[in-house]
Design a protein around this ligand. Structure first.
Ligand SMILES: [Zn+2]
Length: 301
């Protein structure tokens, strides 16, 4: 039911006007977009979702830390010079409570409590090639190296590049596996699903959902043909199991540009596109993220 609802909402909103505006939400609307929370003493974040936090000072004069890690601040989408925004995500297996510190530069830090809640993610059992559950000895070094390369590609410091609504990378037919689901591979290995699986026949063209820079384009053991796009502000999108990679690391891509073709490479049960969104390396539900991001652009009128 929820999936159907989401599908409908997405179909209504996703493919509307692509608006060309300066980077991430310089918006003249006086409405607060959905997904945005104003800074208050008690903040609540659903694990696996991004929190768009509105701060009461401009990005140039404001500082914020989550558990002592500095947060990227960017201009308010409401075009209010006295406000800025921070994009926050916490891991699926993270804590239930975090300390957020905010201050105007030169002033004392103020503490805020960020409480996290976890939706009831379901479980699924999958059968895959045994090498994808217990890899052979000679693959272990490669797997370790790729893990580090992926973590490094997701950890970006690029300025914001998103200049309009975000589209899905392939036409939405069916969500074959939702975000956050608990998986059991071949009855032994447990993992969490850090993206969403979109039905796509082998060879379906994959389009960049927004402007970005290619940070990874290679074949990995578990993820197969793997692309990572960096959209700035710590936002990356990931594409697994591709049959063809049509861009190279360092390339800048435009929204809608053909970047790859879908396939069934890596740990899969059949062809599909695994699509992920990370905020500073933390996976979030891509469909919810797109819905919230697009609210910035669609609420303009
Ligand atoms: Zn997947």
């Amino acid at each position: 039911m929820l999936q159907l609802f989401l599908l409908k909402r997405l179909q209504q909103t996703l493919f509307m006007t692509l608006i060309s505006v300066p980077v991430l939400g310089f918006d003249n609307s006086d409405k607060t977009p959905s997904g945005v929370q104003v800074l208050t003493e008690e903040l609540v974040l659903m694990k696996g979702e991004a929190l768009w936090l509105q701060l009461p000072c401009p990005a140039s004069r404001c500082e914020a830390c989550l558990e002592n890690q500095p947060l990227n601040l960017f201009p308010s989408p409401l075009n209010n010079e006295n406000q800025s925004m921070a994009l926050i995500a916490t891991p699926l297996d993270g804590e239930s409570c975090y300390t957020l510190k905010v201050r105007k530069k030169g002033r004392d830090w103020q503490d805020y409590i960020l409480t996290t809640e976890e939706p009831d993610y379901p479980e699924e059992a999958l059968s895959v090639n045994p090498d994808m559950v217990k890899p052979p000895e000679q693959a272990l070094e490669r797997i370790q190296r790729e893990r580090k390369e992926i973590a490094s590609a997701l950890n970006t410091t690029t300025q914001g590049m998103i200049a309009g609504a975000m589209q899905l990378p392939v036409p939405l037919q069916k969500i074959t596996s939702p975000f956050g689901i608990r998986r059991l591979y071949n009855g032994t290995v447990k993992s969490r699903h850090t993206g969403v699986d979109l039905r796509a026949a082998e060879g379906t063209p994959v389009q960049a959902p927004q402007r970005g820079i290619v940070r990874m384009a290679q074949n990995n053991w578990y993820t197969g043909g793997h692309l990572i796009l960096d959209h700035g502000l710590g936002i990356t999108t990931s594409y697994f199991h591709l049959s063809e990679l049509l861009v190279n690391p360092g390339d800048e891509v435009k929204a809608g540009q053909l970047i790859a073709k879908t396939g069934a490479t890596g740990r899969v049960t059949g062809p599909h596109l695994h699509w992920g969104v990370h905020i500073q390396g933390v996976p979030v539900n891509p469909l919810k993220f797109v819905e919230d991001l697009n609210a910035f652009f669609l609420n303009r009128n």
